[in-house]
Design a protein around this ligand. Structure first.
Ligand SMILES: N[C@@H](CCC(=O)N[C@@H](CS)C(=O)NCC(=O)O)C(=O)O
Length: 210
């Protein structure tokens, strides 16, 4: 199957899907979305690609899948890799995917966007997001201090989802050195087949035009 991933390099949600495709040994091509110049907010993108106005979107030739958690789930089911062995694992994995989408990626990614990409400086908004991000990061650090992987003692789509933003080089004021369990977990994920840094997997989006 010829997979096309609508994405841009700065998007950690896209990186989750990109890493899954590569780790599963699937052939795929990035389709660069001009996010910073408004492509996802345009009518054509919403009509033809994703009504939610987001990346990632995975086009498998038959249909377009969006929401990284859905893409990861679909690929796990199709390939039999990084998925669940039984109902207990499936529910536990779903718990982490929902936690990621609601509290982990959402706060970490928005904080990174404001501080490192939009360069707003520290504001009341970033202070709020930093507190929420630190709390969610603490939950993951505590879990990983007692387990190598989030679910089932082996790498799953839960690990690919929660780690997606943590491979980016930008500094947004989180002290990752103070989270040694997360650091060791990221090293284990880097050792998976097909892993490459985000900006080597997907092209960066063009800068915002004046
Ligand atoms: N829950 C979604 C989040 C997707 C998302 O927020 N994507 C960002 C880029 S990383 C986006 O396309 N944002 C466009 C916008 O909000 O206008 C997922 O996991 O796929």
């Amino acid at each position: 199957m010829d997979y096309r991933l609508y994405c841009f390099g700065e998007s950690g949600n896209s990186f989750k899907a990109a890493l899954m495709l590569s780790a599963c040994g699937l052939e795929w091509t990035p389709v660069l979305v001009d996010y910073f110049n408004g492509e996802t907010r345009g009518a054509a993108y919403r009509r033809d690609v994703n009504e939610m106005g987001e990346v990632p979107v995975l086009d498998d030739g038959a249909r377009k899948l969006s929401q990284s958690g859905v893409i990861l789930t679909a690929l796990a089911e199709r390939t039999g890799q990084f998925g669940w062995r039984d109902e207990d694992e499936r529910l536990e994995g779903l718990r982490w995917l929902l936690f990621d989408n609601h509290k982990f990626t959402s706060y970490v990614a928005t904080l990174r966007f404001l501080v490192a990409l939009a360069r707003t400086g520290e504001t009341a908004t970033t202070e709020f997001l930093r507190g929420r991000a630190e709390a969610a990061i603490g939950v993951v650090e505590t879990h990983l201090a007692a387990a190598d992987w989030l679910v089932g003692g082996r790498p799953t789509i839960a690990d690919l989802s929660l780690s997606g933003y943590l491979f980016y080089p930008e500094d947004y004021g989180i002290d990752w050195g103070a989270r040694p369990a997360i650091g060791r977990w990221l090293d284990r994920i880097r050792a998976l087949p097909g892993w490459k840094p985000p900006y080597e997997m997907m092209p960066k989006a063009p800068a915002k035009r004046a």
